[in-house]
Write a protein that binds this ligand. Structure first.
Ligand code: NAP
Length: 378
């Protein structure tokens, strides 16, 4: 659990945010947020008490997602005239394994363009796309090196460009700072003191977009492959709580089956003991967050859909790459607010800012439960 002191500095966020209206798109290579980024940010409108913030418990996973968009100072005290010119950030100058990451205390805090806001980062969350990008898998469409990694952010606005109407200094926000995950992501991401942070956005947007693209709707059944991961744990909850699934099945290893059930799974399948494709039961939708190749299509009903997030795609399976969209967060806000949908913070975290390499190494084991979160950032 976080200490009371820390908890009182944080404010529950995911249950309190109202997404911003969408705005025009533009790209940026600075750590600040362009309007395209703003379109995927949500903003808090009221504050919750510290008791709603739970980092982790001793039993396991059930760590509510309240990765707060809270700065270390109250919003009213934000003074944009005293911003530093240098900041701390994690950077890599070349593609490679986790060792290419280095901590740099002298990264320039960006000068804002008119359509940008600068965010003081309170927390960040890692996604597999961060290390896949670092490994050079998306070189062709990547921004130039050096790179500050990080997609998800929660923080407080400390400076706004002259054209920005939707946000003001002191607003607490969270979001995925890259509009398109793979096409020209920003050079400077959220693993820095300034930019943006949070545990949920990329994974929940992926979960939601995949379900929509699969035509998932009330009364349908679904099999989630990789149900304990950052995306899978949200697909399960959205299928059940938002889309009205009639039945949810999911795969995980032995120790995580109870966790799956706690998320609402009706049939928890131990992939170390059973082959999901051999079950007599077939599903309207199979959502593959593992990359099971042609095995996934064997579990779908005739005429059903198979969403594939990674790996080879076998028809009728289809693959998509998430596009960050504030409308999704807006739609899901009531479910987050009521606690019907929770973001799961991996119990090994949150990792402090100086432990980003350890956090990446852990994420890269492919064993994380829910989200790997970095907090505090200082
Ligand atoms: N296309 C897109 O737009 C998009 C967006 C987001 C993510 N992705 C991709 O989707 C994948 C999942 O992302 P994520 O954030 O959910 O990853 P993650 O959180 O790192 O996934 C880790 C989880 O995967 C589970 N797992 C590993 N092997 C498994 C298997 N054979 N069967 C069932 N579960 C298994 C692990 O559970 P156990 O410990 O029980 O094995 C662990 O809980 C990644 O490859 C990511 O790059 C794609």
């Amino acid at each position: 659990m976080g200490t009371p002191t820390l908890a009182t500095k944080m404010e529950a966020i995911l249950t309190t945010k109202v997404p911003l209206p969408l705005s025009s798109s533009s790209s940026s290579n600075t750590p600040s947020l362009s309007l395209s980024s703003l379109s995927i940010l949500s903003k808090t409108t009221r504050k919750l008490t510290s008791q709603t913030l739970i980092y982790k418990n001793t039993t396991q996973h059930y760590c509510p997602p309240r990765i707060s968009a809270m700065s270390q100072t109250a919003p009213a005290s934000v003074d944009s005239s005293t911003l530093p010119t240098q900041m701390k950030a994690w950077v890599y100058q070349e593609y490679g394994n986790v060792d290419v990451l280095s901590f740099d205390s002298n990264v320039k805090v960006p000068e804002l363009k008119d359509d940008q806001v600068l965010i003081k980062v309170a927390a960040a969350a890692l996604n597999p796309v961060d290390f896949k990008r670092r490994l050079g898998k998306f070189k062709a469409s990547d921004s130039p090196l050096p790179t500050v990694p990080g997609y998800d952010v929660a923080g407080v606005v400390v400076k706004v460009g002259s054209q920005v109407k939707e946000l003001k200094v002191g607003d607490e926000v969270y979001g995925d700072i890259h509009e398109k995950a793979l096409e020209g992501p920003k050079q400077f991401g959220s693993l820095a003191e300034y930019t943006a942070v949070a545990g949920l956005p990329l994974a929940i947007e992926t979960a939601y977009e995949g379900l929509e693209k699969a035509g998932f709707s009330a009364g349908k059944s679904i099999l989630v492959l990789g149900g304990a991961g950052g995306v899978g744990s949200l697909v399960i909850q959205l299928a059940k709580q938002v889309f009205g699934a009639s039945r949810v099945a999911a795969t995980a290893s032995t120790g995580k089956l109870e966790f799956l059930k706690s998320l609402g799974v009706d049939l928890a399948i131990d992939y170390t003991k059973e082959k999901f494709e051999d079950l007599p039961e077939k599903f309207d939708v199979v959502y593959d967050a593992v990359g099971e190749g042609e095995r996934n299509v064997k579990a779908v009903k005739e005429g059903g859909s198979v969403v594939v997030l990674t790996g080879a795609v076998t028809p009728p399976g289809f693959r998509f790459v998430v596009t960050s969209n504030g409308e999704v967060l807006k739609k899901l806000n009531p479910y987050l607010e009521s606690g019907k949908v929770k973001s799961i913070v991996d119990p090994k975290g949150p990792f402090s800012f100086d432990k980003v390499k350890e956090a990446f190494a852990y994420l890269e084991t492919n064993r994380a439960t829910g989200k790997v979160v970095i907090h505090p950032i200082s």
